[in-house]
Each structure stands twice: as structure tokens, then as C-alpha cells.
Design a protein around this ligand. Structure first.
Ligand code: 2AL
Length: 257
């Protein structure tokens, strides 16, 4: 089984961290292919970044389709391009916020998210409103560290632990969700310090996709996630038009289910 984990920002060092977290849980018989988006922002921490990360993400999904991978994880906590990726891929596609928030609801009555910058909190709330029942997400807290500063911060685990401890107290939550793919290595440390489950969406996403593939389940093409209609795309995005597979960065595969 091949699972492609796409880092939709263009920072290869972060992809290496994401790949290590994914491989640590993938299990035997699962080949994890961690790839970096070829175009877009170096990190995703605004709505603008997120919007402009989507073409690169979709190109990476299309390349995975052409290579015959079995499923995808979108390894950014804003889950950029998730619905669009589902329209392109034959296999299941899961976002890391989606995977982590769903997992959190299986482990406690309420969870808190610990994310990077304050300005990314709104997106996390939007995703919680989409994915989980009202009240399940009890708080979203920022640790005020930019995405690309995470791996160089010698106090990262301390900072995330302190913010998570505050979140548990303030929100009355039972579970912590880490709100950035760049926090992937912190679960065990923060969990052992706080005594609550701490969820990394990269690991949760890989195992969720693995489960769906094992169950021979994939995205339904019955309704909204049917293939996008064929039409012209203009300008810099002309190569993204569906139906012209010859030169397209998002050429189609065929999906049975
Ligand atoms: C992220 C993430 O996971 N990757 C990225 O570039 N930005 N999330 C975040 N909350 O900052």
C-alpha cells in the first residue's frame, strides 16, 4: 500500500519531519511517500497563504494519481484543498485537522487545539465547526511561534506544554490536538507531561487513510465529489484544466467507486 503525504508548503525540511512522523506509525506493508509542494508559500499561516497553496497541493495529488498511489494525507492543519483533492484522487484523501479532530472525539468529551500563530485560530474553529459536533472543540490556543521557527525553537516542547496545560484548565477539555504539521514530533513529550492524549494529525491521518484503503473504501463519486467538469482554465492556471491530460499538472485517473 502506498500513501502519499503531501506537505502543501514548499519547505522540504518540514516535509522530512512530517515523513518521519508518518513512517513511525504507518506499519508493515505501508510505503509512506512524503512530498513537498512544488509551488506556493514556504509556510501556511494566513488565508492568503492557504489559497495560494492549493494549486501546488492539487498538482502533487495529480502526480500521485499518475504514479498510482492508494491514498493521500494533506499535511497542513488548515486542510487546504481537501475537497478539491477528493475530486481528483481515486483513493481516500484525509486532512490532518480532520483526522486529529475526529480522533479527539473518540478519546474524550472535549478537546483543545494548540496551534502556531493567533491568526490561524479562526481557520481551526471553522474546521472544527465542519468536522465535529458543537461543543467538542472547546478552545483553540496559539503558542505564538511561526511555522518555520518551530523546529529551531529549543523551548518548543516547553512552550506547547505550557499552552496546552492552560488550555486544559481554561477549556475543561480532556484531549489536546496539535495544530500544525510542524509539531508532529511532540506528542509523546507533551502527553507524558500532561497525562492526557495528545494527537498529531499526521500520524492520525496516515492511519485513517490506511484503514480506509484496507477497508477498500474511497471517496464517493456519486454527488459533490464527482470529477470536476471539463472546461477551459485561463492564464497561469491553464494547465489545471480538467480533460486535457496531455500537458496538465492535474491529469485525471479513473476511479471505480
Ligand atoms: C500549518 C501547517 O500545518 N503547515 C503550515 O505551513 N502551516 N499550520 C498552522 N496552524 O500554522
Amino acid at each position: 500500500m502506498r500513501i502519499r503525504v503531501v506537505n502543501p508548503n514548499t519547505t522540504a525540511a518540514m516535509t522530512a519531519l512530517i515523513g518521519a512522523s508518518a513512517r513511525a506509525v504507518a506499519g508493515p506493508g505501508v510505503l509512506v511517500e512524503a512530498v513537498t509542494s512544488a509551488m506556493g508559500p514556504a509556510s501556511i499561516e494566513s488565508h492568503y497563504d492557504e489559497a495560494l497553496s492549493v494549486p501546488g497541493l492539487l498538482a502533487a495529488v495529480a502526480a500521485g494519481e499518475a504514479d498510482g498511489v492508494d491514498g493521500f494525507v494533506i499535511a497542513c492543519f488548515g486542510d487546504p484543498g481537501l475537497d478539491a483533492a477528493r475530486e481528483l484522487a481515486r483513493g481516500p484523501v484525509v486532512g490532518i485537522a480532520e483526522a486529529a479532530m475526529h480522533a479527539a472525539t473518540l478519546l474524550g468529551r472535549g478537546f483543545s487545539v494548540v496551534t502556531t500563530l493567533d491568526r490561524t485560530r479562526g481557520r481551526a474553529w471553522d474546521l472544527a465547526a465542519r468536522y465535529v459536533a458543537a461543543g467538542a472543540c472547546r478552545g483553540v490556543h496559539a503558542c505564538a511561534i511561526p511555522v518555520l521557527a518551530l523546529d529551531a525553537d529549543p523551548h518548543l516542547a516547553d512552550r506547547v506544554t505550557a499552552v496546552a496545560r492552560l488550555a486544559l484548565d481554561q477549556d475543561g477539555s480532556d484531549v489536546i490536538v496539535l495544530g500544525c504539521a510542524g509539531m508532529a514530533g511532540l506528542c509523546d513529550t507533551v502527553s507524558s507531561r500532561l497525562g492526557v492524549p495528545v494527537i498529531d494529525g499526521v500520524a492520525a491521518g496516515v492511519l485513517l487513510v490506511r484503514s480506509l484503503i484496507t477497508l477498500r473504501l474511497s471517496t464517493s463519486v456519486h454527488g459533490e465529489y464527482a470529477r470536476p467538469p471539463v472546461k477551459e482554465y485561463a492564464g497561469a492556471l491553464s494547465g489545471f484544466a480538467q480533460g486535457d491530460s496531455a500537458n496538465s499538472p492535474v491529469s485525471r485517473g479513473s476511479r471505480a467507486m
